[in-house]
Write a protein that binds this ligand. Structure first.
Ligand code: S6P
Ligand code: ZN
Length: 186
C-alpha cells in the first residue's frame, strides 16, 4: 500500500491545469476560416490573433471506452464583425456521448443545437454548470470584455465531428445587435 502526492493540479480561480502530460491547443483567426459569418472581415484581421486556448488531460488514449477526459478552454474577448469570438463547435463523433462544462471566469454563452437543427443558448457565468446531452452540438462564445474560461469533462471515446458544423453550421449565431448579444437565426 502506498499514498501518492497528486501529480495534477487544477487552479480553481483560473481553471489552469498544471502537472505532467497536460496538452495545449490554440486557435488563431488564421485557423478559423469560414467559422464566422463575415469571412471577409475575418480575413482582413490579424491572422495571428489568438481566439481561444485549450488545455487538456488525456489519462487514456483517444477512443478508449470507459475513460474520461478533462480540460479547459479560454476564449479571448473580441468580435469578427458583429459576431463574438467563439469556438468552432462540434458534435461528438460518437454522437451518443454527452459532456459537462462549468464556467470559471468571464461571461459567455453556450450555444447548443440538436439533430433537428433547433438551436438554443445558456448563459455562462462563474459557477454555472452545463450538461450537454448526447447528439447535441456545442459551441462556446465570449460575450464579455475579459477572457472567458470554462472547464470540460467528456468521455474518452467521444471524439469530435467538426465536419457537420463546417458544412451545415449552427442555425443560430450570437451577434451583437444594438450593443447586446442576441441569438440570431441563420
Ligand atoms: C471537447 C470539449 C472542449 C472543446 C474546446 C474547443 O469535447 O467540448 O474541450 O474541444 O472548447 O472547442 P472546439 O469546438 O474547437 O473543439
Ligand atoms: Zn465536446
Amino acid at each position: 500500500m502506498q499514498i501518492f502526492k497528486p501529480e495534477l493540479f487544477f487552479n480553481s480561480d483560473t481553471g489552469q491545469l498544471s502537472g505532467k502530460n497536460i496538452g495545449e491547443k490554440t486557435a488563431r483567426l488564421g485557423d478559423l476560416k469560414d467559422v464566422y459569418v463575415d469571412e471577409k472581415c475575418r480575413k482582413s484581421m490579424s491572422q495571428d490573433q489568438l481566439v481561444y486556448h485549450v488545455q487538456y488531460y488525456f489519462p487514456v488514449s483517444e477512443n478508449t471506452e470507459g475513460g474520461l477526459f478533462f480540460g479547459n478552454t479560454t476564449i479571448y474577448p473580441g468580435k469578427v464583425g458583429d459576431e463574438y469570438f467563439m469556438t468552432k463547435g462540434h458534435f461528438h463523433a460518437k454522437g451518443d456521448r454527452g459532456e459537462y462544462y462549468w464556467c470559471i471566469q468571464g461571461h459567455g454563452m453556450l450555444v447548443m443545437m440538436n439533430r433537428n437543427r433547433e438551436t438554443w443558448a445558456e448563459e455562462m457565468t462563474p459557477g454555472s454548470l452545463h450538461y450537454m446531452p448526447a447528439h447535441v452540438a456545442h459551441r462556446t462564445v465570449n460575450i464579455g470584455n475579459t477572457p472567458m474560461t470554462f472547464g470540460a469533462c467528456w468521455p474518452s471515446d467521444a471524439g469530435h465531428d467538426y465536419g457537420t458544423i463546417a458544412t451545415d453550421g449552427f442555425s443560430g449565431r450570437l451577434l451583437e445587435v444594438n450593443g447586446k448579444p442576441q441569438l440570431v437565426a441563420f
